[in-house]
Design a protein around this ligand. Sequence first.
Ligand SMILES: *[C@@H]1O[C@H](CO)[C@@H](O)[C@H](O)[C@H]1NC(C)=O
Ligand SMILES: *[C@@H]1O[C@H](CO)[C@@H](O)[C@H](O)[C@H]1NC(C)=O
Ligand SMILES: *[C@@H]1O[C@H](CO)[C@@H](O)[C@H](O)[C@H]1NC(C)=O
Length: 475
Amino acid sequence: MFSAVSGVPVWGILLLGIGHSWAQQRNRNVLLIIADDAGFETEVYNNTAIRTPHLNELSKRSVIFRNAFSSVSSCSPSRSAILTGLPQHQNGMYGLHQSVHHFNSFDSVRSLPLLLRQSHIKTGRLVYLSLSLCFLRPFFLYVAFHDPHRCGHSHPEYGPFCEKFGNGESGMGRIPDWQPQRYTPDQVKVPPFVPDTPASRIDLAAQYTTISRLDQGIGLVLKELREAGRANNTLVIYSSDNGIPFPNGRTNLYRAGIAEPMLVHSPEHTGRWGQVSQSYVSLLDITPTVLDWFSIPYPAYSLFGKEPVVQLTGRSLLPALDAEQPWSTVFASQSHHEITMYYPMRAMHHHQYRLIHNMHFKMPFPIDQDFYLSPTFQDLLNRTESGLPTHWEKSLREYYYRERWELFDTQQDPLETRNLASDPSYTDLLETMKGHLRKWQWVTSDPWVCAPDGVLEDQGPYKLHPECRPLYNDL
Ligand SMILES: *[C@@H]1O[C@H](CO)[C@@H](O)[C@H](O)[C@H]1NC(C)=O
Ligand SMILES: *[C@@H]1O[C@H](CO)[C@@H](O)[C@H](O)[C@H]1NC(C)=O
Ligand SMILES: *[C@@H]1O[C@H](CO)[C@@H](O)[C@H](O)[C@H]1NC(C)=O
């Protein structure tokens, strides 16, 4: 069955079989599905233009989170945060792992696979095997679909979104389990943060096609789970790593860059199946959730012998499967995407307010290679250059040059275009949120905690009491 899943580019499928532990007695498993650059283009989130029957089926047996957020808007950093429960600035995966620059998390980080292994859990890799072979023992299975990532800049023959990959056209190969689903530009729903132009509609139609492949792949994995008799003791989590690869999306800490679809299905918590939760949850919550499901204690240890001791700042989502929770705050942190894309930002979303700290706000916001060549961005560049209407809510210049502090009321201003940071009536809120953000930075050992107007001193005389020492750089 795995031809669709292994035939499409897959980031990695990691299988951890659980040995002799209490987990085996209770016979619980976890299936974690993380799509690549997927957003809310599903029927689950009320997009009526697209068909995603398998995600729909899953959502009827899941709590559907409306306010789930990535802690970082970049693929490998996000995946490292998912699998460690630590933000990128703490786990060391400051940018993309791919290609020659290969950022990595620190060797001493205690990741989810390591923690599960320490609880007598075996680890392994599954790529071409039938899943049922591996379902003999309790497991943690991480399935990372490459759909719907762009591929136009590396494999233009497959289309901007790989939408032609495996569709049976000559030169594209064939994925037998995938029935390509095509969309026309007039069918798509253009997200409000994307310019509504013929070019972006063509782009979105291609994206929808790869979402149909994602959906069918998810259907195959879930079918395999059922046929292996593991459907009713497996926690299934579906989400994505970062926002969709469109303007304001991936690589940004705006809502469009970090809001994620998130379905959590527990066969043991049926009371809220099909319900929508408004609670704020983070992808940093996945590690605590999995540990909680397996009743494994959260790790507490020191990285590099430093204080403070590493602690997970996320929380288990299992209580939200029983009852709505009052959770209303999430944090995010970005350093790089590609190696050249250094643009450190920290953010906090609290109730309806989002605060973003753009530390290097005097630099233009950087643009990544595949997004640069996307039809949507090329069209935006062309229109800007030739003075044509962009049909976008901001100008390219505004997109590149940001204020140091951005504060948005996402209820009044869902598109986050009105920065309230310099509005005197928000001074108290701004200062309170800055304080909470900075506190989270200290708790998570953020090397950038003093930037851009100070230098962190935490050695020698400052070892016991780290301090931000002033730079007097007029910021
Ligand atoms: C979809 O729309 C319905 C009807 O307005 C609403 O009740 C539901 O919460 C929406 N679902 C999501 C995931 O936002
Ligand atoms: C598990 O699934 C089987 C087959 O679908 C069903 O007969 C059984 O009642 C389920 N058990 C529980 C605890 O839900
Ligand atoms: C942008 O302009 C270039 C040069 O005129 C042209 O080749 C390209 O097709 C245009 N791209 C889009 C998306 O309009």
